[in-house]
Design a protein around this ligand. Sequence first.
Ligand SMILES: Cc1cc2nc3c(=O)[nH]c(=O)nc-3n(C[C@H](O)[C@H](O)[C@H](O)COP(=O)(O)O)c2cc1C
Length: 157
Amino acid sequence: MTSKLLVVYQSRSGGVQKIVDAFISGVTLAAEQATRKITVLSQHPFDTVAADVIAAHAVVVATPEHFGSMAGATKHFFEEIWHECLEETVGKPWQLIVKAGNDGTGAVQSVERLVTGLQWAKFRPPLQVIGDITETDTNSAVELGASLAASIELGLV
Ligand SMILES: Cc1cc2nc3c(=O)[nH]c(=O)nc-3n(C[C@H](O)[C@H](O)[C@H](O)COP(=O)(O)O)c2cc1C
């Protein structure tokens, strides 16, 4: 049995990319031990359509904070999928990752407010990385990915 994990992310200067890479390495590590195969589809918000979300077992949204909110491309993704997903994806497990220069709260709030409308099921509280990325941050991302993969394997999400 295969589960699809969709990771939708934007990264201009590499910060979100680094966290997403760590997250996916955690997924891959955990999935190696699992009987249930997990396929990760990681792509830019502009390349993502409602069918990708509907087909996914779980969705990870990773965004920088831009001007006190989610990045424009992330907002475009939600605008694009909104109507098709509104009824189709209620209860979809999801995880938020935010990378910001010095704040991050606006990005978290803007995404969470929107996803409340979609009625997705939050896996863990948002992973927020503020400022320079430390080893603790990448380790947290690896652990989060491994934890999500293990939860999918165990049928907990
Ligand atoms: C146009 C723009 C707007 C930004 N606005 C904010 C902001 O409102 N709050 C904040 O904490 N960081 C802000 N930042 C910093 C980014 O969130 C931070 O550099 C982040 O690491 C970018 O992710 P990336 O490296 O994946 O592109 C902004 C950066 C850019 C380019």
